[in-house]
Structures are given as structure tokens and as C-alpha cells.
Design a protein around this ligand. Structure first.
Ligand code: 6PG
Length: 245
């Protein structure tokens, strides 16, 4: 694994600007290299500013959306029009505003039985990435408890070593008790590039634990993210970086 890159920028808007440019550059490279760009979108609120930049000029025209394939890092097990749905957030802030073919958007089906949804997503991943391939870019957020995607502390998904996608019931998620569908660390670690977007003082303690603390992924699942052949980058604002040296 390459040495993680850590870039501290002043504000959340700077995170979005830096991430948009990096995504566009990786997209152009990937399309030139293998004809398409596969990107995993993160849930939560931090990505909204990035999505707004991608849905507007110059990125709206610069990105060849017909060759972009969108995946999701995780999903809450709710219908796609539910306020908690990560798909709904992505659709409202980005996907409905750019000319991406609907078939290029691989939604986790939060409205059906979680285990069935995870199995169906697992099939998509296997069909598109085979047994060893991975996304060109995986965007991730970080919870103040050290979770990423829906890999929450002390949950079974942290121990998954073979599947790329699983469903699990989470007692303490960002939306309370909830069923979740999530990509697993082994699959995320097959990405060419992993980009964490982390903003806000409330993430500072978790970030310090990840970057400088003892290795304890059960307690701090984001420590599981270590792309085997890819590049891991932390894009953090000054507030989130305040406890790290
Ligand atoms: C989710 C996300 C989750 C998110 C973090 C950070 O479904 O909630 O995938 O992993 O990235 O909780 O969320 P914020 O960006 O809202 O702080």
C-alpha cells in the first residue's frame, strides 16, 4: 500500500473544491485508460458540496458522464425517496442534474429485504469488477465514532473477508437503530484511489485515533481502509485536523 496522503485545507468548501478537481482528473485518466470511470459515492452530508460543484460548470461539461458508473458505499434500508436515503441525497444534489445514463447508476435497493439487496449488489460488483478488480475512486466519509460507509464499531461487517457487500443491523448508527447495506473493507481496499472527505471539529478525535492512535479497527473501523495497490488520501479541514499533530 502507498503511504497515505493527508491534505489539510481551510474549510469544507475547500474540501469540495479539491475533491471535485481530483475526481475530474481521475475520471479523465480512467476513461483514457479503460474506457470508463467507476466511482463510489459516500452518504451523509459532507459530499453535498462536492456534488453541487460536479453538477455545475465547469465540471458538468468537463466530465464525460456517459462513461461514468456510479456506485454507493452504503445505504440505509429505506425507500429511495426517504429523507434518510443516501441515493435520494445523491440524486437530488447530483445525479438528477447531470446526463448520466440511468443504467450507469447502481443503487443499493434499500426498500427490499436487506440480505437480498446485499446479495444483488454483490452480483453487480462481481459482474463489473470480477474477483480482484475495484473502483477507480471510492469516496468515503468519517463518523465521529470512527465509522465509514456503514462499517460501524463492533459490528459483524468488520470481520467480513470475502464478500464485497453485506447487510447488517446497526444498534448505534447515524440514524439510530437501522438496517444498513454496506461495501466491505476488502472491497473498498480494491479501489485504485480512496478519498476520505472529513470536515468539522466533531471528527477531530476520531481522526487523531485513525492517523496517530493504536490500531483498533473494532473500535475505529476507518482504520480498516488501506487500499492494497491504491492510493489513500485524507482531505480534511483545519477544524477536523485540530487534534492531529
Ligand atoms: C452514511 C454515510 C456515513 C457518512 C459519515 C459521515 O450513510 O451515513 O455513508 O459513513 O459518510 O457518517 O457523515 P457526514 O458527512 O454527514 O458527517
Amino acid at each position: 500500500m502507498n503511504i497515505p496522503e493527508i491534505k489539510v485545507v481551510p474549510t469544507p468548501a475547500d474540501i469540495a473544491a479539491e475533491a471535485a478537481e481530483r475526481l475530474a482528473v481521475i475520471c479523465e485518466w480512467a476513461i483514457g485508460d479503460h474506457g470508463n470511470f467507476s466511482v463510489v459515492l459516500s452518504g451523509g452530508s459532507t459530499p453535498k458540496a462536492l456534488h453541487a460543484l460536479l453538477a455545475a460548470e465547469p465540471y458538468k461539461s468537463r466530465i464525460d458522464w456517459a462513461k461514468v458508473r456510479v456506485f454507493f458505499g452504503d445505504e440505509r434500508c429505506v425507500p429511495p425517496d426517504h429523507p434518510d436515503s443516501n441515493y435520494r441525497m445523491a440524486n437530488e444534489t447530483l445525479l438528477s442534474k447531470v446526463p448520466i445514463p440511468p443504467d450507469n447508476v447502481y443503487r443499493m435497493e434499500g426498500e427490499i429485504e436487506p440480505a437480498v439487496a446485499a446479495d444483488r449488489y454483490e452480483e453487480h460488483l462481481s459482474d463489473l469488477f470480477g474477483e480482484a478488480g475495484g473502483p477507480d475512486l471510492c469516496l468515503l466519509g468519517l463518523g465521529d465514532d470512527g465509522h465509514t460507509a456503514s462499517l460501524f464499531p463492533h459490528t459483524p461487517a468488520l470481520k467480513e473477508t470475502t464478500r464485497g457487500c453485506v447487510a447488517q443491523f446497526v444498534e448505534k448508527s447515524t440514524t439510530g437503530q437501522s438496517w444498513r447495506i454496506t461495501l466491505t473493507a476488502p472491497f473498498i481496499n480494491r479501489s485504485r484511489q480512496v478519498l476520505f472527505l472529513v470536515a468539522g471539529q466533531n471528527k477531530a478525535r476520531a481522526l487523531q485515533q485513525i492517523l496517530e492512535g493504536d490500531r483498533n479497527p473494532e473500535h475505529c473501523p476507518a482504520q480498516l481502509i488501506a487500499p492494497a495497490m491504491g492510493q489513500l488520501t485524507w482531505l480534511i479541514d483545519v477544524a477536523a485536523a485540530e487534534m492531529a499533530e
